[in-house]
Write a protein that binds this ligand. Structure first.
Ligand code: PMP
Length: 393
């Protein structure tokens, strides 16, 4: 049986990471994986998370099974975090704790396919590498819409392309949007852009699915939810996949949530039963620990927000230092647009050959799609990085 399995290509990002680790050059820089790093190149355990873990250890709560929807207090808190503490749609929202943001995307994908097997999932091009596999394996047809047409306009999203491509969508199709910090480009919608998406969805009866994997990494916890909240204020049905991996640093605890905002209470009950049914036949229930931590972290909001803001400002500071240096060295205009990108990532708009040159000549590792993780920088390598990028451009 096993010999009949089709071969699998090794994941390109993990392959690059292995290559980076084997590289003996001391000046090597890792911009590949999408995790936050501090000035010591470590992915820290946040203080609020550590405190929550100590509290949980002291509480010694029973390990008996939790509910089919996961951690109920977590579900309520993350719903308020996403939609707003006093949002009018809170009661319209079905929330299920999931195995990270990935688990939320997959559950929602399977729910969409179960409801309407002809629904097409429209995903940004370029997009997050795992979006297509997740939704294709949920049973959906995945089609791209252009997030930007070419390098020359890389300072902002090209709404004319977005709207033109989504004109081909039919009623019932789902539009996947990145809530903030678009992965891989760092190009986010402004409120006018979100308004256009809301109008398009209303006019064509499309359903938005907002992937919120970096809330708090662009402009702030509240600010980064503004686009999502605009959609929930304007549209009956909105789907959300949320992740606590980045903004709480809970990566390996696999903590996230799937939300479905829908006005009819009977629909809401059906959604909860459906999501539970899909999860039940898969992994039954999500692990509790990450959600229990996250619930305490959200309760300790101010302390969490302070730590998260420090992480965000470190990224903003590194980004502007790099942009200043690129300006001072007379870099091509595409590279200088890095200044306007949001969150952890920027796209260089380099070819795979240029990215390989960066690795071979300068020991700088980004992805073949030319995504770099700004968190991989530190002040002492800004100039080296800027000079290397210009040389490879
Ligand atoms: N969506 C996007 C856009 C992401 O970048 C990521 C993580 N890299 C995820 C979802 C998945 O998040 P998680 O690790 O919580 O499953």
């Amino acid at each position: 049986m096993i010999s009949l399995l089709p071969p699998i290509e090794q994941d390109p990002l993990w392959k690059l990471t292995a290559r980076f680790q084997a590289d003996p050059r001391p000046e090597k820089l890792d911009f590949v994986l999408g995790v936050y790093k501090d000035e010591h190149a470590q992915t820290p355990v946040m203080n609020v998370v550590h405190e929550a873990e100590l509290t949980l250890a002291r509480q010694r709560a029973s390990k008996a099974y939790r509910s089919l929807s996961g951690h109920i207090v977590f579900n309520e808190a993350i719903t308020r975090l996403l939609l707003g503490t006093n949002a009018t749609r809170l009661d319209d929202t079905a929330t299920l704790q999931t195995i990270g943001g990935t688990g939320a995307l997959r559950l929602l994908g399977e729910m969409i396919a179960r409801a309407d097997s002809t629904a097409v999932l429209w995903s940004t091009d370029p997009g997050y590498v795992n979006h297509k596999p997740i939704f294709a394996r949920s049973g959906l047809v995945v089609r791209p819409y252009r997030w930007h047409p070419h390098a020359g306009t890389a300072g902002s999203v090209d709404m004319s392309c977005v709207l033109a491509d989504l004109e081909a969508a039919k009623a019932g199709d789902v539009v996947l949007l990145h809530g903030c910090c678009h992965n891989p480009t760092g190009l986010d919608l402004d409120l006018k852009g979100w308004q256009s998406i809301a109008e398009l969805c209303a006019r064509k009866q499309l359903i938005p699915l907002v992937d919120m994997a970096y809330q708090g990494f662009a402009d702030g916890l509240e600010e980064d939810a503004a686009g999502l909240r605009l959609l929930t204020s304007n549209l009956d049905t909105v789907l959300v996949a949320a992740s606590c991996s980045k903004n709480m640093g809970l990566y390996c605890e696999r903590t996230g949530a799937a939300l479905v905002v829908t006005p009819d209470p009977a629909d809401k009950a059906l959604v909860i039963a459906t999501l539970q049914d899909i999860a039940r036949a898969n992994y039954s229930m999500p692990a509790d620990h990450g959600a229990a931590i996250a619930a305490l972290v959200m309760e300790n909001h101010d302390a969490w927000n302070t730590e998260l803001s420090a992480m965000r400002h470190r990224l903003i500071n590194l980004r502007s230092q790099l942009a200043d240096c690129l300006d001072a060295l007379g870099a091509p205009s595409t590279l200088r647009k890095i200044r306007h990108h949001k969150g952890m990532f920027s796209m260089l708009f380099f070819t795979p050959q240029q990215m390989e040159r960066l690795r071979c000549e300068f020991a700088i590792y980004g992805t073949d799609s030319s995504r770099i993780n700004i968190a991989g920088l530190s002040s002492n390598v800004i100039e080296y990085t800027a000079r290397s990028l210009i040389a490879a451009a």
